[in-house]
Design a protein around this ligand. Structure first.
Ligand SMILES: NC(=O)c1ccc[n+]([C@@H]2O[C@H](COP(=O)([O-])OP(=O)(O)OC[C@H]3O[C@@H](n4cnc5c(N)ncnc54)[C@H](O)[C@@H]3O)[C@@H](O)[C@H]2O)c1
Length: 258
């Protein structure tokens, strides 16, 4: 760890929202193993405490309980990070919720708004409060999805939100490029974890067949990703390996978006 300058995150501080979750915690582990200090942010206090504890042996880690869609709480986790570690070099805006799948006439407004609040407002607020503390060499990675690159019936909140993140990323990437801060989205396909399992349980009822099999059939590589596979691509965008890459949507989906 730390010997290869391209891979090294020593001395860097990373904030990871949705840090108690599957992709967030897999990424935290990889960042810690490569020398970064990490602050995990999540609204699930119990899960956050558990994950933070389990990662303590991997490096410098701290946590902060916050709802990313709340402006004051966002200011809180950013201030905490800066006071604890002094700077922010990597912002991984990754917290997300899915909502439900319904025909347009049955899709509830409050669910639609809640999905936009967490995914889009959350990423907007994270950038708004983190950017003033970021300097040249910084990297912002926003978790969109294959759902940010295609439409599917009934997935109103999630697909709208994940597309919106491309817009947010593009605006940020142009504004921050002159300051040497890169901004990209990661666009995972279905991941083998509980978040996706919940989606597939609901979807199976709607399409009246096994949704896990359905996805595997439309993924050219024929399977779901592991959280670690997503984390490795986030790490690429966070590190100097991607020093001249900004403004892109990086698909990590076994070819599903092709
Ligand atoms: N699992 C997949 O197949 C898949 C595919 C593409 C994209 N994604 C995206 O990846 C990201 C991470 O998801 P995951 O698969 O690790 O699921 P996960 O449920 O394991 O992790 C999501 C985390 O976000 C947290 N969270 C939700 N709302 C929050 C809020 N308002 N404030 C703070 N934290 C909040 C949850 O508590 C949870 O710990 C999400 O943005 C999701 O949309 C997931």
């Amino acid at each position: 760890m730390g010997q290869n300058v391209l891979h090294d995150l020593t001395g860097k501080t990373a904030v990871i929202t949705g840090g108690a979750g599957s992709i967030g915690s897999a990424t935290a582990k990889l960042f810690l193993e490569h020398g970064a200090s990490v602050v995990l942010v999540d609204r699930d206090a119990d899960a956050l405490a558990h994950i933070t504890d389990s990662l303590k042996s991997s490096g410098q880690i701290a946590s902060y309980v916050a709802d990313v869609s709340d402006e004051k709480q966002t200011a809180g986790y950013i201030d905490y990070t800066v006071s604890r570690f002094g700077s922010i070099d990597v912002l991984f805006s990754n917290a997300g919720n899915f909502g439900i799948v319904r025909n347009i006439e049955d899709y509830p407004l409050d669910v639609f708004q809640s999905v936009l609040n967490v995914n889009v407002t959350g990423a907007f607020l994270a950038a708004k409060y983190a950017v003033p503390h970021m300097t040249r060499g910084g990297s912002i990675i926003i978790t969109s999805s294959v759902a940010g690159l295609r439409g599917d019936p009934g997935v109103y909140g999630y697909i709208t939100a994940k597309h919106a993140l491309t817009g947010l990323m593009r605006v940020l990437s142009k504004e921050l490029a002159p300051h040497g801060i890169r901004v990209n989205t990661i666009n995972p396909g279905p991941v083998d974890n509980q978040f996706q399992a919940n989606v597939e349980t609901d979807l199976s009822k709607i399409i009246q067949r096994d949704a896990t099999e359905f996805f595997n059939e439309i993924i050219p590589m024929g399977r779901h990703a592991s959280p670690y596979e997503i984390a490795k691509s986030v790490y690429y965008l966070a590190s100097d390996l991607s020093a001249f890459t900004t403004g892109i949507t990086l698909s990590v989906d076994g070819g599903m978006s092709v």
